[in-house]
Design a protein around this ligand. Structure first.
Ligand SMILES: [Fe+2]
Ligand SMILES: [Fe+2]
Length: 330
């Protein structure tokens, strides 16, 4: 069995890739200002400053758009949790450290823009939003906890949760948030929101590329070890909002109305990244890696079946709701 690389060895070996990708990112990323994406003239004071407090009638967003906006914003709000994961598993020196800071600053911009938009346009109840933010940030979120299912087995094999699990998780997570932001933009039915969320989605795509390239280099450097981390993450993947207030109800609404569902997860997030890493074409896996790849393939087959089943259920449910609406209208 190939020896597991230590965290220090991984950081050292992958440092040139990190540096090249920080430079690529800085050349490609476009600076933008959150205030340019917010319709300030739609705003007015709340009661504390002599105006009126939020009334549900104020909102132009439907239930789906509200659920998606809240979920996406709370995810951005929880940046300290994600920063922790990255900062703990990357080094704070050299290109690694520069990336941690730069990425955190870019992510913060997303939350600023979305909150300003929602508060100014009164798209959602700002008090409920603030309460949900407090709960979600106080709980924090550890995206790697799900992979800890294998903790005992890992310890026996000399594996540990670290850099590879983190970059695998954020690769998929960045792509998932890109898909979710883009579809939320369409669901808002407001060209201003759509423009803002497309801008944010473009950032998420660049973030995804950074992490995907690091993880891809890990796959070339230590194929079995990296595939193990990727498989742990894919088979335990949870959307970043897990644990936030109303996550289930909002998640169901989002899945039902095409913001983020299993089919999109499989075909727009998991599959393209695995293709990029050539996971199912590579010939450099050892016996352990081959076994892991079989496990991953079995999981993906099941995911495909689950996606098909969900779609059938959703179609039936949407048809029932449409029939009910028609009956009420007649
Ligand atoms: Fe973001
Ligand atoms: Fe991002």
């Amino acid at each position: 069995m190939a020896r597991q690389l230590t965290q220090l060895e991984l950081l050292r070996e992958l440092e040139p890739t990190a540096e090249a990708n920080v430079n690529r990112h800085l050349k490609t990323a476009r600076d933008w200002n959150p205030h340019d994406y917010v319709p300030w003239d739609e705003g007015k004071n709340f009661a504390a400053l002599g105006g009126t407090d939020y009334d549900p009638e104020d909102s132009q967003l439907d239930e789906v758009a509200k659920a998606a906006m809240i979920t996406n914003l709370l995810t951005e709000d929880n940046l300290p949790s994600y920063h922790r994961v990255i900062a703990e598993n990357f080094s704070m020196d050299s290109a690694w450290g520069h990336w941690v800071g730069r990425w955190t600053a870019e992510e913060d911009r997303h939350g600023i823009a979305m909150r300003d938009y929602l508060v100014v346009t009164r798209g959602v109840d700002p008090v409920a939003l603030e309460q949900a933010r407090m709960i979600h940030m106080t709980n924090g979120y550890d995206p790697l906890l799900a992979a800890a299912d294998r903790a005992e087995e890992m310890a026996e094999m000399g594996e540990e949760i670290g850099l590879l699990h983190s970059v695998a998780y954020v690769t998929f997570q960045e792509l998932a948030t890109r898909v979710s932001h883009r579809n939320t933009g369409k669901a808002c039915n407001d060209p201003i929101a759509d423009r803002m969320l497309q801008r944010i989605a473009a950032d998420e795509n660049l973030h995804m590329i950074f992490y995907r390239n690091i993880c891809g280099a890990g796959m070339d450097l230590a194929p079995d070890q990296t595939l193990r981390a990727v498989t742990d993450i894919v088979t335990n993947f949870q959307m970043p909002g897990a644990g936030m207030p109303n996550f289930r109800r909002h998640g169901v609404l989002m899945a039902k109305h095409g913001i983020y569902d299993l089919r999109q997860h499989l075909e727009e997030v998991i599959a393209p990244v695995l293709r990029k890493w050539k996971v199912f074409e590579r010939t450099d896996f050892g016996p352990q890696g081959e076994k892991t790849r079989d496990e991953l393939a079995t999981f993906l087959d099941q995911l495909e079946k689950d996606a098909a089943r969900f779609e059938e259920m959703r179609d039936r449910s949407l048809a029932r709701e449409a029939a009910k609406r028609e009956k009420q209208a007649s």
